[in-house]
Write a protein that binds this ligand. Structure first.
Ligand code: ADP
Length: 428
């Protein structure tokens, strides 16, 4: 499992161990696909086996019929102008032979003259007999031939046994489906486990790297930041030095921003890890973050207006929400020209609490709007290079809002401005 260690003061979110939930889900999905494909192949195989068996059984019945025709046909006599097998039947009876098939004689017009053996279908038919409306519960294979130009001899063979054999085979194969599914599931689970192992290892290494990089960056950044504060006082008398210190300050701020984003990212990418939620004072949180950005806004001559309803409460994770708002404000300041305006609004209605950050900046091109929340997406690389940025900020905003059960939306117009709205449902 993954644990989150927190210390007061410094924000600390550390991954201690990782349960690879996405990898487990991937393994499960692959196993299910493997079982489905195996079952599909098994069913197709059954269907083909039935088809092949039934046609070879029919072939054998047909050759049986041919043999019977060759045996019986010479015994057909003509009595009073009609075909007859009476002598043949008398002969068979005298030898105590049972006629196991249907033997029928018809006149030239297809009228039944004589029938022997088990009851059959009283009509001239070749091939499989239709059963609809007849009293037979199973198939006959049938053939007829013209005899001496005086009528027809028809032999039908009962196909009950072959039908039963096929049904028995089908039932056995269907009954084996659970066994096949379990075996395929077991084999699939083992194979898929082997297949996802390298992915799982890469995923774990990447996440640990992001987590470590976030933490490793933070300490030197804090030291630089503190040293720069001291230098600011010492070097305040020299304008050139002040400018250098300002540059360092900006660089340090970017590094801080990057390290916090990396930490939040590592947390968000660990579905096994639960963000700790508590009922927090959203009004205070918004005011605090906005005040942190006041000087950055003032440096660009941007007016940062904050309007937040008093006593707004939210069940949430304070670090994550601060990062979300910081990312929105950081973007707004970077994307708004000197002298522009940024407004932050915190509101609540019967169902949701919302935070809205709007700016009078450069806006987002229409074709980019649907992509801005994707990880590493940046609007025009030239613009991104000018402004700095990693393409992570808004993807983190989205992850944080969604982790709180909310949704984030954006509307923007080029050279007019952009509005980001994060809406959180009331939860207890
Ligand atoms: P980055 O860290 O590179 O800014 P983001 O994910 O925060 O990455 O933003 C994605 C893209 O959306 C960036 O290229 C950025 O220029 C653009 N963008 C974000 N916020 C705004 C805004 N308020 N106005 C105009 N463009 C914005």
């Amino acid at each position: 499992m993954i644990e989150v260690k927190k210390s007061t003061g410094l924000r600390e979110t550390r991954l201690l161990d990782s349960e690879e939930l996405p990898i487990k889900a991937l393994r499960k999905r692959l196993t299910i696909s493997f079982v489905s494909i195996s079952l599909f192949i098994y069913l197709i195989t059954i269907a083909l086996a039935i088809l092949v068996s039934s046609s070879s059984l029919n072939l054998s019945l047909d050759s049986n019929i041919k043999r019977l025709i060759a045996e019986i046909q010479p015994a057909v006599k003509i009595e009073n102008g009609h075909l007859s097998l009476r002598d043949w039947e008398t002969n068979a009876r005298s030898q105590n032979l049972q006629i196991q098939h249907v033997v029928q004689l018809y006149d030239k017009d297809g009228k039944l003259l004589e029938a022997y053996g088990i009851s059959g279908v009283p009509r001239l038919t070749d091939g499989r007999c239709e059963q609809a409306g007849l009293q037979f519960a199973h198939d006959f294979r049938s053939k007829f031939i013209a005899v001496q130009n005086a009528g027809f001899l028809q032999i039908q063979v009962d196909a009950k046994r072959t039908d039963e054999a096929l049904i028995h085979f089908l039932m056995t194969m269907l009954a084996l489906i659970p066994v096949v599914a379990l075996t395929a599931g077991w084999a699939g689970y083992i194979f898929c486990g082997e297949a996802v192992m390298p992915i799982s290892e890469n995923f774990r290494v990447l996440r640990r790297f992001v987590d470590d990089a976030g933490h490793e960056l933070r300490t030197p950044v804090s030291i630089i930041s503190a040293s720069v504060e001291t230098l600011e006082v010492v070097l305040a008398s020299d304008d050139a030095n002040v400018r250098i210190v300002e540059k360092i300050n900006r660089a340090v701020a970017r590094l801080k921003y990057l390290s916090s984003n990396l930490l939040i990212l590592a947390t968000m990418d660990s579905p096994g890890m639960q963000l700790r939620y508590s009922t927090l004072d959203l009004t205070a949180l918004v005011l605090q973050v906005c005040s942190d950005f006041q000087s950055a806004a003032a440096n660009k001559g941007i007016k940062l207006q904050v309007s937040v309803r008093p006593n707004l409460e939210l069940l949430g994770n304070s670090d994550a929400l601060q990062q979300m708002l910081s990312n929105l404000l950081d973007n707004a300041i970077r994307c708004t020209a000197n002298g522009g305006t940024i407004s932050v609004n915190g509101q609540s209605n019967a169902t949701t609490t919302s935070i809205e950050v709007s700016d009078s900046g450069i806006g987002i091109p229409e074709e980019s709007i649907q992509h801005v929340f994707e990880r590493f997406y940046r609007v025009e690389s030239s613009r991104a290079r000018e402004q700095g940025g990693t393409g992570l900020g808004l993807s983190i905003v989205k992850s944080v809002v969604e982790a709180h059960g909310g949704k984030v939306s954006v509307s923007s117009k080029l050279n007019v401005g952009t509005v980001f709205t994060a809406q959180f449902p009331h939860r207890t």
